[in-house]
Design a protein around this ligand. Structure first.
Ligand code: AN7
Length: 347
């Protein structure tokens, strides 16, 4: 049973100021699930794992960084935190603000925020403000607000977000005995890929665990880091990564360069197909979280040799976050009668 969170578990490795307060929803320590059937579909001969981050307390990877950011903010005296969000950051900020007894304000882009995320933010008690604009505009606004008002910013521009987030890399090294060879990760605002690289680098300096290559994956309609320019009107079914001007884009590109990795984009159809493949293994993730697998498939199809390697897909958010993406079949309706149901089962 998990009885402590990442701040306690990795207290010697996560660098927070002295004023940071204890805070935990027992986040982290998420499953690393082997998916050999998917590896076989890709030609086999390698190890493939899903790091199932959707099993964090608020249902996404964001909890790792958020617990650190809120711990620091509260210790510094903050009574209110704010973030711009495509949904998961909002739910996570709201959860940890509730836990710490402070106020959370979340700015979301107009439309297209998945219902499970908004429901979470509302349930945890955050004030939700929808702006008539994009995530990128919301983030700009949040920067201005936190410059001018006594409100703490908890987007991943906040360095403590990365401090907590890097714990995912520690867990991978602990579980596998050393770093995997390749990490496939969806990229939106680029905080997560930056943090994982920080984590692997820190662990390697301490324990010689190695540093993996990174495949960063964006949605084709929101792929500024692949295109090399800001995308004014990002569009993708993977609304979590509907971001046209990533705050940590340059750092993400550095990670790719340093680790001999690749930043690529995949179509919405490929993302949804990858989501179905994962669900076929019993692992239901939200669309953005399937982008890593879609990217790996694209790379293997393009000739990347992964034989003999250990590959990890970072599946960032739970499928329950975005129920509306699922096309529900019309249920078959019957009277509660054995014969009627039997006829359907043998048809
Ligand atoms: C499921 O919640 O940006 O590259 O505001 O929710 O670190 O931004 C979400 C991002 C991947 C991309 N997968 O991570 C937000 C937000 C899921 C996400 C990403 C997000 P970053």
């Amino acid at each position: 049973m998990r009885t402590q969170g990442i701040l306690e578990k990795y207290r010697d490795l996560i660098k927070l100021p002295k004023h940071a307060v204890p805070l935990s929803l027992c986040e982290g320590d998420t499953p690393l699930i082997p998916v050999p059937a998917l590896a076989d579909r890709l030609g086999g001969g390698f190890e493939l794992y899903v790091k199932y981050e959707g099993l964090n307390p608020s249902g996404s990877f964001k909890d790792r960084g958020m617990v650190a950011a809120v711990s620091e903010a509260v210790g510094a005296g903050a009574k209110t935190i704010i973030c711009a969000s495509t949904g998961n950051t909002a739910a996570s900020a709201a959860a940890y603000a509730a836990r710490a007894g402070i106020r959370a304000i979340v700015l979301i882009p107009g439309g297209k925020v998945a219902r499970g995320k908004l429901a979470g933010a509302a349930m945890y008690g955050a004030q939700i403000i929808q702006i008539d604009g994009s995530f990128d505009e919301a983030l700009k606004l949040v920067r201005e607000i936190t410059d001018k008002m006594p409100i703490a910013l908890v987007n991943s521009l906040n360095p403590y977000r990365l401090e907590g987030q890097k714990s995912g890399a520690f867990e991978l090294c602990d579980a596998l005995g050393s770093a995997p060879d390749l990490v496939c990760i969806p990229v939106g605002n680029a905080g997560n890929i930056t943090a994982y690289h920080m984590g692997f680098t820190q662990y390697h300096e301490l324990k010689k665990t190695g540093i993996p290559s990174f495949i960063g994956v964006q949605a084709a309609g929101a792929a500024p880091l692949v295109l090399g320019h800001v995308v004014e009107h990002p569009e993708t079914v993977a609304t979590a990564i509907r971001i046209g001007n990533p705050a940590r884009g340059d750092q993400a590109l550095n990670v790719i360069k340093e680790t001999n990795g690749k930043m690529l984009s995949v179509s919405d159809d490929d993302i949804l197909a990858a989501q179905k493949l994962l669900a076929g293994q019993g692992i239901w993730v939200e669309p953005a979280s399937a982008a890593g697998l879609a990217g790996l498939i694209a790379e293997v199809n393009a000739g990347r040799d992964v034989r003999g390697k250990r590959v990890v897909l970072i599946c960032t958010g739970n499928g329950l976050k975005d129920p509306d993406i699922v096309q529900l079949p019309e249920p078959i309706k019957v009277r509660p009668d054995f014969e009627e149901v039997r006829k359907i089962l043998v048809a």
